[in-house]
Design a protein around this ligand. Structure first.
Ligand code: RRO
Length: 295
């Protein structure tokens, strides 16, 4: 079972191929410490913003045996927290700082500042948060993405990334695409820039779950939020398979509905090099990594 083996992405060696998904068990110092002590092969932070942010009203996360729904709303401790804690984490495991792309100028400032310290191995730009109320998902707007990456990678200090020196490596967390034309258009954009990996997929946007009394199970946004768990897996698999065909050499981290070894192997069979675990990590806690690596 290859997912138990180390894997090298560029100069970074992951201990095995199982990571947490950004947002799951990775917001507080205690949660990040739990991950450090778990059997995961590397750690991804909560998507962060320039300033700490309290996020949406509670309850904002719900899960059962088949699905999860959340509208956390980018609750986070501010990028400096996730940057500084990286000094400790990177002594033991590869560390990816996920950045929530909400305000483009702030995104640039965060990247610049994180690059100075190098307390992480990759930055994962989250262009797929389904819960920024009133804001469209950047990853669905192909022309905005083109403008965003053009600005990002034409910054003077980013020429180093293009030249492949030791500047920080940038990956993308993508939304699920439901149409092959969009997958092709996004792939063409990704191909144009020095993006080091993609993680596919984030939660499926715009879901609604009702309880036995037909009431919403999360408070924000009329109960509407991003969906994970089993329901997401067919879309995660199809997106990874399509991106593998369209971007034959780019490392892909598969995500969406992984709770068993079969799920992991399915993602590897369509071209993922690593996987991220979200809903099942929330359900089971960080011991899920040890269970999945056993036998
Ligand atoms: O914080 C959230 O509401 C959230 C984010 Br940033 C994301 O990328 N995906 C998600 O399901 N929730």
């Amino acid at each position: 079972m290859t997912y138990k083996l180390p894997i090298k992405l560029y100069d970074v060696t992951f201990h095995n191929r199982l990571l947490n998904s950004a947002g799951c068990w990775c917001t507080t110092e205690q949660e990040l410490t739990d991950l450090l002590e778990s059997h995961c092969g590397g750690i991804v932070s909560k998507s962060c913003l320039f300033e700490p942010y309290k996020g949406n009203p509670h309850p904002r996360v719900f899960y059962n045996e088949v699905l999860s729904i959340n509208s956390t709303g980018l609750a986070n401790q501010g990028y400096l927290f996730y940057n500084n804690i990286g000094k400790e984490i990177t002594k033991f495991k590869p560390y990816i700082i996920s950045i929530g792309v909400k305000n483009i100028d702030e995104t640039f400032k965060m990247i610049q500042s994180i690059e100075k310290n190098q307390y992480c191995d990759f930055i994962e730009l989250n262009i797929s948060c389904p819960n920024i109320i009133g804001k469209p998902i950047l990853g669905y707007n192909i022309s905005e993405c083109l403008m965003f990456f053009s600005r990002l990678f034409s910054r003077k200090d980013h020429h180093a990334i293009i030249n492949n020196t030791n500047k920080l490596k940038i990956g993308l967390k993508l939304p699920p695409y439901f149409d092959q034309v969009q997958l092709k258009e996004m792939s063409d954009i990704i191909n144009t820039f020095p993006i080091k990996y993609i993680c596919s997929i984030n939660g499926m946007p715009n879901g609604l779950v009702l309880n036995e009394f037909h009431e919403k199970v999360i408070e924000p946004n009329d109960g509407i939020g991003g969906m994970g768990g089993c329901v997401a897996k067919p879309f995660g698999l199809s997106n990874v398979k399509s991106f593998r065909r369209l971007l034959p050499t780019l490392p892909i981290i598969g995500c969406g509905g992984i709770s068993t070894k079969k799920d992991i192997e399915d993602y590897f069979s369509v071209g993922a090099s690593l996987v991220q675990i979200g809903t099942q990590l929330i359900r089971e806690g960080p011991s899920c990594f040890e269970r999945l690596l056993k036998n």
